[in-house]
Design a protein around this ligand. Structure first.
Ligand code: COA
Length: 158
């Protein structure tokens, strides 16, 4: 029985790794630019299907589990979200640019059109609705700057 459980755990871990691998490939193929040594945790959602929105994530970033990075605010199918359309009826899309060495904690949401500077730390469950300067530590809903990283540190060392 113990042996069977070990085998099941092994397969489970391999399936998770494969999911991660294919998700990464899918995001890159769909136009997201993801730098070297950048990690995307399980269930990280990059909103790559809403063109022409672009997502650029730099090197050595760590985006943790269940965070979502969005490039669109409108609802193309209409309903009450028709409000979020350009004056000419065009889609409201905002690119996301994330610098190098950025850490994004559990369950964050990054809203369209936002840039996050190098070495920034985004605390768990933060709503990033404004640009984040380099080295800033931002927490809360909506996200507010509560400090700065003083030494340049690589958040993610593999
Ligand atoms: C942002 C973070 C790194 C700050 O850690 P810290 O420097 O130890 O911060 P502190 O716990 O001293 O908190 C400082 C203040 O910010 C607040 N705060 C910290 N993190 C917060 C968050 N995520 N959301 C809202 N407020 C937060 C604290 O309540 C405290 O406020 P107060 O001074 O009014 O009491 C940490 O809180 C965090 O969110 N880490 C990410 C966790 C995570 O996602 N882990 C997964 C890793 S794979």
């Amino acid at each position: 029985m113990k042996y069977l459980i070990k085998v099941l755990f092994f397969f489970y871990s391999q399936i998770s790794k494969m999911q991660q691998y294919f998700l990464f490939k899918y995001y890159r193929k769909s136009g997201a630019i993801i730098g070297k040594n950048t990690y995307l945790g399980p269930n990280v959602y990059l909103d790559v299907s809403h063109k022409p929105g672009k997502i650029v994530i730099g090197d050595n970033c760590y985006v943790t589990r269940n965070s979502s990075i969005l490039v669109h605010s409108d609802a193309f199918l209409g309903g009450p979200l028709q409000k979020w359309k350009g004056k000419g009826g065009e889609r409201l899309i905002g690119n996301i640019i994330i610098g190098d060495n950025v850490f994004i904690g559990f369950h964050c949401v990054v809203l369209p059109g936002v840039s996050i500077g190098d070495n920034a730390v985004i605390g768990a469950m933060t709503l990033v609705n404004k640009d984040v300067p380099m080295n800033a530590i931002v927490v809360g809903v909506p996200g507010k700057i509560v400090g700065y990283i003083t030494d340049k540190v690589s958040i993610y060392n593999e």
